[in-house]
Design a protein around this ligand. Sequence first.
Ligand code: NDP
Length: 257
Amino acid sequence: MAMLKARSILVTGCNRGIGLELVRQLLEKNNRPDKIFATCRDPEGPGAQNLRNLAVKHPEVEIIQLDTSDPSSIKNAAARVSERLKGAGLNLLINNAAIANPNCLDSETPEGMAEVYKTNVIGPFVACQAFLPLLKKAAQESPQKGMSCSKAAIVNMSSEGGSITTVLLWNSNAHAISYRCSKAALNMLTKCQSLGYAADEILCIAVHPGWVQTDMGTAQATLPTNVSVRDILNTLARLSEKDNGTFVNWEGKAVPW
Ligand code: NDP
């Protein structure tokens, strides 16, 4: 089985849900990264207790404040990460943090649309700009040929709910207009990044994690968080140049845009 050999990884929205489980499972690996930058918007708050517990036990984990709806917080985080990497690059950026609201066509508001778009699209966009120099450095330093998540990659956690082809779960009354539009935009951003950063050998991919049992996915969801994250990490380990600019699910199967 292919192994993820990234030495440094940054994940946004790590205090709960899929983000927290990503950190937990990365730490269980034999070849775990030297540095896991586990970011969240309120590192000192009660909602980050589980993440702080992990960081106390594992010196590889560094908790860093990063609010994806606040570009200055993203830039400060990038400066801090750069300092901590001491001249080395960042192998893998996982844009995981997101918000959703259930509003439908009638009830969604301009403010709701803007808030979701700011967190789910502008946030990942600014994060990629801010961490790009570190990703480029990782790609340049790597002796590996071609593209991979072990070398240099941007993973945008998307949703099949944003697929224009399948509009997943529309018939279950899960309209979530702003959320669907934000993920469709994130998908386009991913495609543009894959084209724009190809010469830098930075792999860019959109991943649908499945319908996962988290606060966002609810307890009715079909996939336990640990199963989704296990499969996502196995998928990331297998990705190569041919996957650049694609949209895949947790198992690595293509999702229609
Ligand atoms: P959760 O709601 O369980 O967790 C969301 C995480 O994002 C929390 O850590 C939250 O932090 C963080 N977050 C929200 N807003 C911000 C912000 N402005 N800045 C920084 N962090 C923020 O969601 P999941 O873990 O289920 O979702 C993770 C990703 O997977 C998301 O991108 C989601 O869209 C995607 N996804 C999930 C599905 C599911 O079924 N669960 C299905 C398809 C896609 P805080 O505690 O501070 O709010």
